[in-house]
Design a binder for this molecule. Structure first.
Ligand SMILES: [Zn+2]
Ligand SMILES: [Zn+2]
Ligand SMILES: [Zn+2]
Length: 434
């Protein structure tokens, strides 16, 4: 019986009974071909590859991260709770040392889900990585976590949730937002006032090849991780950078994904996008699994793979080199924006969030109440689909004073008909609404 050098857990959940519509690219077949490939390659008979069933995430796990409007109970199906629960099972398997690494191959995906949730955007309702991160912090006391998003789309939801958290390093490499949904993820999006430089975006030009991704890993991701020294590395392992993906324009290969994973050496992978159901997912997922397990992946090849098609033009390589330099400069300037924090000011930001599945906008205002001792608490007011939200979040790393101030402000906020008023206190681990 072959043996994997690194004991690796797999959680596979195709969510048979849930899809946006039967012909939608985000559907159950996405994972069925991967499952067949895993069986065909004999991974079930490899010593040290262990299969786990996903569990159900609880509404408590969801409310630790999101403000769901009108409520998590009303927005979510069982498939969402199992997809999130798949990541929690992966986390527990790794944290309790049942395995060294784990890969949650689940759907529906999550990285476009922001802190406030009014519905479905970019095929995502709840952010399954973020729910896992705060679960790990809550149950295992881990502080510094890095999330590397290798999906072709900008991980705008994950960025939003951790934007002001200097204990979460978020790096997203993706097809340039000027050419692809969700149209964000530019170099100037660098983190909130307490976490300047802890969000790093690497927008890549359409048709970037393996060579470009290798360059980003070697020049930016690995040196930044080395300095950040996370206790845990998570890979949002979207596979829609693949050259066969029908909704994107990149030239990444299964070999490229496997090599990226071997270099990154993540503790936990979570599947995100990837819509080339037969042409990519069985091979990219297999490559990632073999890399995680420390096994030989040199034979993993797409049936139509022809390396001569994927040679990156020299001017594109120079362009990506320049992007890498700018991304490193973002990291070099990291730290809180001290002046704002020392004056204990409130920093506000407005944005409009588009929910593309049903087509409506949410207007949102975030106020960061700054503190010299911690990232401070945040206050969000949002309006969409005739419902209002007024929410307070105490992050896990807030100081006692900020926690008390948020609690007092919530208590003093008068109930208004048609407005959900919420307190999310990640230190006390409570979610209260009125
Ligand atoms: Zn990404
Ligand atoms: Zn994607
Ligand atoms: Zn504070």
């Amino acid at each position: 019986m072959p043996r994997a050098p690194h004991k690796t857990g797999l959680i596979l959940f195709p969510a048979f009974d849930w899809c946006i519509s039967p012909s939608h690219p985000e559907r159950e077949e996405r994972l069925l071909y991967t499952r067949d490939q895993i069986i065909e390659e004999g991974l079930e008979d490899v010593e040290n590859i262990v299969f786990f069933n996903p569990e159900l995430a609880t509404f408590h796990d969801i409310n630790r991260v999101h403000h769901c409007v009108p409520s998590a109970e009303k927005l979510l199906t069982e498939s969402h709770l199992i997809s999130a629960g798949g990541t929690l099972r992966a986390a527990r398997a790794v944290m309790s040392k049942e395995v060294e690494k784990a890969f949650a191959i689940v759907r529906p995906p999550g990285h476009h889900a922001m802190q406030t949730v009014f519905g479905d955007r970019g095929f995502c309702v709840i952010n399954i990585e973020a729910i896992m991160v705060e679960y790990i912090r809550r149950h295992y006391g881990i502080r510094k976590i890095a999330i590397i998003d290798t999906d072709c789309h900008h991980g705008d939801g994950t960025q939003d949730i951790f934007y002001n958290d200097p204990d979460t390093l978020f790096i997203s490499m993706h097809q340039d937002g000027r050419t692809l949904y969700p149209g964000s993820g530019f170099l100037h999006e660098t983190g909130g006032p307490a976490a300047e430089g802890y969000t790093i975006n690497i927008p890549l030009p359409p048709n970037t090849c393996d060579e470009g991704f290798d360059m980003v890993m070697e020049r930016v991701v690995m040196p930044v991780l080395h300095e950040f020294q996370p206790e845990l590395i998570i890979n949002s392992a979207g596979q829609d950078n693949h050259y066969t993906d029908p909704i994107t324009n990149m030239n990444f290969t299964a070999q490229g994904y496997a090599r990226l994973n071997r270099l990154l050496n993540p503790d936990i992978c979570v599947l995100e996008g990837g819509y080339s159901i037969e042409g990519a997912l069985p091979y990219t997922n297999l490559g990632i699994i073999l890399a995680m397990a420390g096994m030989d992946f040199s034979q993993v090849r797409e049936p139509d793979y022809d390396p001569s098609q994927f040679i990156q033009a020299p001017d594109m390589t120079r362009y990506i080199e320049a992007i890498c330099d700018k991304a490193l400069a973002v990291w070099a300037k990291r730290g809180p924006r001290r002046r704002e924090a020392e004056q204990r000011r409130v920093v506000t930001k407005q944005k409009e969030i588009f929910y593309d599945t049903t087509g409506f906008h949410v207007r949102e205002n975030t106020a960061h109440h700054l503190c010299p001792h911690c990232p401070g608490f945040s206050e969000i007011t949002a309006t969409g689909r005739n419902t209002h939200l007024h929410a307070f979040t105490v992050p896990f790393n807030a100081c006692r004073h900020c926690q008390d101030t948020a609690k007092d402000t919530f208590a003093a906020t008068m109930p208004v008909p048609g407005t959900l008023i919420a307190l999310q206190d990640r230190i006390a681990d409570i979610y209260e609404t009125k």
